[in-house]
Design a protein around this ligand. Structure first.
Ligand SMILES: Cc1ncc(COP(=O)(O)O)c(C=O)c1O
Length: 329
């Protein structure tokens, strides 16, 4: 555990400071970026791993670091084989293309699932139709490790119900790029062909796989810390007792917090959280730019990750308190 924490500390880079925007132009502000867990920057451990990675041509299957990652991940996920790809979008698309090879194949997607909403219709040629019998199941595992940590189960326990899985390294696992697709041997052989056809065959990809290996080495400790920070925020938020914003504590299971907004438009709230002012410094003793996304018409999303510390979380709470006081009851 302690070794894990030390590794986690090595992965957490330093504070980001910036000149403030908004009414307090010129104030040196501390930035806490909660827009997504994709915004993390590789820390010293990952950069060292990249520099030291042993590489080969992965398009010929000759990169030892990629092979090490693929084998390690296959064991962790409890699948025959895995294949390293540039993005989770490609991992999902390859999986769908493998599963739906016959003309007229059908795919059933959740209304809000990423594959449907954000992945640019890559699977639009396949008709959407609810089909609950005899269908194969692909798991979009962009945040599979967060789920495993939150449920206190090995990732393979979740994957065992699926025919194929993707896993993303550039979200909570903190790597700059990379994902993989996993499944049975013949599925991965076909996935290899499709990866090439889609332009996803990479050469000395070991420099990237090395960062993914760092991400996998200590994921339990890192993600647990992210979840605890998100929980701490949610509890602290309730103590603010705001009449216009609220957090459903029971819904905070991993690294994401949805703040319900019943007052100003979420965009306005996000703008105020991002701005720094002399008033803020006078009242809180800090200048903090909190970056969050408006998520729906009535909510704002905040996502914890390895570049946000417990101290940052306290600063974020102070900033919310300040902004909510500004907005008044
Ligand atoms: C649930 C989910 N699936 C897939 C993706 C796509 O991942 P990538 O950006 O690596 O293509 C994302 C990206 O945020 C995601 O949140």
């Amino acid at each position: 555990m302690l070794r894990g924490l030390a590794r986690a500390a090595a992965r957490r880079p330093g504070t980001l400071w910036t000149r403030g925007s908004g009414s307090g132009t010129g104030v040196l502000a501390h930035v806490v970026d909660l827009r997504s867990d994709t915004v993390t920057k590789p820390g010293p451990a990952m950069r060292r791993a990249m520099a030291e990675a042993v590489v080969g041509d992965d398009d010929y299957g000759e990169d030892p670091t990629v092979r090490e990652l693929q084998e390690k991940a296959a064991k962790l996920l409890g699948v025959d084989r895995t294949l390293f790809v540039p993005t989770n979008t490609m991992a999902n698309l390859i999986s769908v293309m493998c599963h739906c090879q016959r003309r007229g194949s059908q795919i059933l997607l959740g209304q809000e699932c990423h594959l449907h909403v954000y992945e640019q219709g890559g699977v639009a040629q396949v008709h959407l139709l609810a089909r609950s019998y005899g269908a194969r199941v692909h798991l979009d595992g962009a945040r599979l490790m967060n789920a495993a940590v939150a449920l206190h189960v090995p990732p393979a326990r979740i994957v065992e119900h699926c025919d194929s899985v993707s896993l993303c390294f550039s979200k909570g696992l903190g790597a700059p790029v990379g994902a993989l697709v996993g499944g049975p041997k013949d599925f991965i052989e076909e996935a290899w062909r499709l990866r090439k056809a889609l332009g996803g065959g990479m050469r000395q990809a070991g420099v990237l796989a090395a960062t993914a290996l760092v991400g996998l080495a200590d994921f339990e400790e890192v993600l647990l810390t992210d979840h605890q920070n998100a929980q701490r925020f949610a509890r602290g938020f309730q103590e603010l007792e705001s009449p216009i914003c609220s957090v459903d504590l029971a819904a905070v299971e991993t690294n994401m917090v949805m703040v319900r907004v019943d007052g100003p438009p979420p965009e306005e709230l996000c703008r105020r959280l991002q701005a720094v002012s002399a008033d803020e410094v006078a009242q809180t003793g800090h200048a903090v730019r909190v970056l969050v996304f408006p998520w729906t018409e009535r909510s704002v999303r905040a996502v914890w990750h390895c570049d946000v510390s417990a101290h940052d979380t306290e600063l974020v709470l102070k900033k919310w308190g300040f902004v909510l006081r500004q907005l008044g009851p």
